[in-house]
Write a protein that binds this ligand. Structure first.
Ligand SMILES: [Fe+2]
Length: 451
């Protein structure tokens, strides 16, 4: 192993001849040699030299400070420097003590062997290099560990920051999305309300079918999104009837001509056409298209059968049939008679509305597996029976008692029939102020609020 550094060796002896002899011996190895004639001078050289000294060789027998004492002090100045004590045989006690105290690494006896001494010096310098290298590597490792810890901390902080940023953005996005969705459904409700205006006979029908369909869809465990689709499709299911004449809208089927029948059968497709270009409503369009399909495949427009009919459409079909009998009273007499006949009686003591409800349930039950999906009927009838068929729970509130945050149960029109707000609108301070102004000129009728 060759030495890596240019080493400095300090020689301390009061005999100049010895200093000279050692100097000669080491010079050929290329070391930088410093000399001192006493321990005191040796310490001064160490303090003044400035550069590290790798090896100190000191004579033991010197006036004033002896070699062991000097090396002990030198150790305090250069702890890493190798220390050799040069001594005669008579100084054994001093040597043993110095070795034991760890102040010297080696002792040399006078006279020394010119072959051995350079070798011993060289070995000592190799050891010195190892110590220095070891210290350097330890310091490097410590520094790198510190840097690594700093980097890790920095990275963790950055990751936290990024995560926070992404979470904030996500929150903002979902808020925007909710707003967008809410405004879309506001528009849909306004749209549905306007459609009802067109035909007084249909008033409230879409809303009621929508409320029922939503409940049935929820009972099927559909996702929130799917439930909203069914609810929206139900609200718009007859939008394709806009423009049809009163005769068709009143289900005055006896007076229907061939043209009327054809026009009526087209309304599911017309309805789909109305919404199909609204991006977020395209799936709603499909549900609208199939709301007159029958479970047995005899419906229209596509003659779809059983499971090939979308579940949402089957749900709307059942809710639509129920509301047509109970509230629109389409063929009410026929349905009531069928119900009474099935019960084996000619008259029922039930109030009219309840009688119609029972007749509607009977109709659904009788047509499960033909017109209607048996599972949908089962879920629907279950819901109706569970709450005694009552599902209108809105209350009427006078204008002066309306408050911010109340939700309209029905669409709001003035008494003269001017459309103001769709149902399900959450009233704001601005709404209330406008309604009060409108009421002065064009009075408002009763206002229904959700419980
Ligand atoms: Fe319809």
């Amino acid at each position: 192993m060759s030495l890596k550094f240019k080493h400095t060796i300090l020689l301390v002896d009061d005999e100049e001849a010895i200093l000279k002899a050692l100097q000669r011996l080491f010079r050929r190895d290329g070391y930088r040699i410093l000399t001192a004639a006493s321990g005191q001078e040796g310490l001064e050289v160490l303090r003044e030299h400035g550069k590290p000294v790798s090896l100190i060789i000191s004579d033991q027998q010197m006036p004033g400070m002896n070699g062991a004492q000097f090396l002990e002090k030198a150790r305090a100045i250069y702890p890493d420097a190798m220390r050799f004590l040069l001594t005669g045989y008579s100084d054994m006690d001093a040597i043993v003590e110095a070795v034991n105290k760890g102040e010297i690494h080696r002792y040399l006896t006078k006279p020394w062997n010119d072959e051995d001494l350079p070798l011993q010096v060289r070995q000592a310098l190799e050891q010195f290099e190892l110590v220095v290298e070891n210290r350097r590597l330890s310091a490097l490792t410590r520094r790198q560990n510190r840097e690594l810890a700093d980097l890790n901390r920095d990275l963790e902080r950055k990751v936290e920051e990024r995560t926070r940023e992404v979470q904030e953005k996500n929150k903002e996005l979902s808020r925007l999305n909710r707003e967008l969705e809410a405004s879309l459904y506001d528009t849909v409700r306004a749209f549905a309300s306007l459609a009802e205006m067109h035909a007084a006979t249909l008033a409230g029908h879409n809303q009621r079918v929508s409320a029922l369909a939503k409940e049935i869809a929820s009972a099927f465990g559909l996702s929130e999104r799917e439930v909203v689709s069914v609810e929206t499709a139900a609200l718009l299911h007859d939008i394709g009837k806009l423009g049809l004449n009163e005769r068709i809208l009143r289900y005055d089927t006896v007076r229907w001509g061939e043209e009327d029948r054809k026009a009526y059968r087209k309304h599911p497709e017309e309805g789909q056409a109305v919404v199909q270009f609204i991006k977020r409503l395209d799936h709603v369009g499909l549900l609208i298209r199939s709301h007159h399909e029958r479970y047995d495949g005899k419906g229209f427009p596509d003659g779809l059968k059983e499971e090939s009919i979308p579940l949402g459409s089957q749900i709307i079909a059942a809710a639509d049939a129920y509301d047509r009998i109970v509230h629109l009273r389409v063929k009410a007499k026929v349905h009531v008679e069928a119900y009474l006949r099935a019960k084996g009686i000619t008259l029922d003591h039930l109030p009219e509305e309840e009688l119609l409800q029972q007749a509607a349930i009977h109709h659904l039950d009788q047509n499960r597996g033909t017109r209607y999906d048996p599972e949908v009927v089962q879920a629907f009838v279950g819901i109706l029976k569970e709450r005694g068929v009552q599902y209108r729970t809105e209350r009427s509130v006078p204008l002066e008692l309306l408050e911010e945050g109340m939700v309209l149960a029905t669409s709001l029109f003035t008494k003269r029939g001017k459309f103001l707000l769709p149902y399900n609108t959450k009233l704001t301070e601005e709404h209330l102020n406008k309604l009060r102004v409108i009421h002065e000129n064009d009075p408002l009728p009763e206002i229904y609020i959700n419980p």
